[in-house]
Ligand binder design. Structure first.
Ligand SMILES: [Zn+2]
Length: 261
């Protein structure tokens, strides 16, 4: 009899402890879910803060049209994004793409006909002779005239410049007096260097834009920019995810001038 009573007490105590343990676990579980919900909400609010802030991106390509320009146009079309192309007369085989670029709603700007910096920066006359040639080519192919300029600049720090930057300062003044507007950039993808991989170009862009809300991004679609074409879909996918608004250059666009000193 005594033994049975003890067993009953033991069973009662066990049940009681089991119930207390169950309640404790349930509460802990709820608390965990509450904490996870709060963390998810905080993260969502953070995203909304980032996305609510207007971030404006001007994609610019230099040195084309070239062998990768059509692919670049196709990728831009996939994302319904327009860009600005500062064009050259470097590759006759792709001159017909000037018309395509313009017809697809992208902006055409003038880079230079020859991209031979030593020659075009040898004098003011030499610069405007070259500019006249690329301007005429654009006019002939697209029946449009562009007042937007991107000066060819060698920004590779490992090489010394083959021209005196003082003439560029002089050309800035002449161009503005003639009604042109020139646009440099505030983020360089670095793709001018043909040794850069698509991964490196992607990392460059994403890392350099992260603390900015207005970007003029310098890329290239010349003869050696296969890696740019390869990196572009990933770059655009990430920039779209980050909520950037893409614009082409127009008369109201900020110019992002480089300091030549
Ligand atoms: Zn260039």
């Amino acid at each position: 009899m005594e033994k049975r009573k003890m067993l009953q007490i033991f069973i009662c105590c066990s049940c009681f402890l089991a119930v207390i343990y169950g309640i404790a676990r349930l509460d802990k579980g709820h608390r965990r879910y509450r904490e996870e919900d709060a963390a998810a909400m905080a993260s969502k609010e953070q995203d909304n803060i980032v996305f609510a802030q207007q971030r404006i991106m001007y994609l610019t390509f230099e040195d084309g049209p070239g062998p990768y320009t059509q692919d670049i146009l196709n990728i831009l079309d996939d994302y319904h994004i327009k860009a600005t192309f500062f064009v050259t007369g470097l590759n006759n085989d792709y001159t017909h793409l000037l018309k395509t670029v313009s017809a697809e709603g992208h902006m055409l700007g003038l880079h230079s006909f020859s991209h031979d910096c030593t020659e075009i920066y040898s004098s003011v006359e030499a610069y405007f002779t070259d500019l006249g040639k690329i301007s005429s080519l654009v006019k002939k192919e697209t029946n449009t005239v562009s007042d937007f300029i991107r000066f060819p600049l060698n920004t590779d720090n490992t090489e010394s410049l083959s021209y005196d930057t003082a003439i560029i300062a002089k050309l800035h003044e002449h161009c503005e007096n003639l009604g042109y507007t020139y646009y440099d950039w505030n983020v360089d993808s670095g793709d001018e260097d043909p040794d850069l991989t698509a991964d490196e170009i992607y990392e460059n862009v994403i890392q350099k834009v992260q603390d900015k809300d207005k970007v003029m991004l310098r890329m290239h679609d010349g003869n050696t920019q296969k890696a740019t074409k390869e990196a572009l879909p990933r770059i655009l996918k990430e920039l779209v995810r980050q909520g950037w608004e893409f614009r082409i250059i127009d008369d109201s666009t900020e110019t992002f001038h480089q300091n030549l000193d």
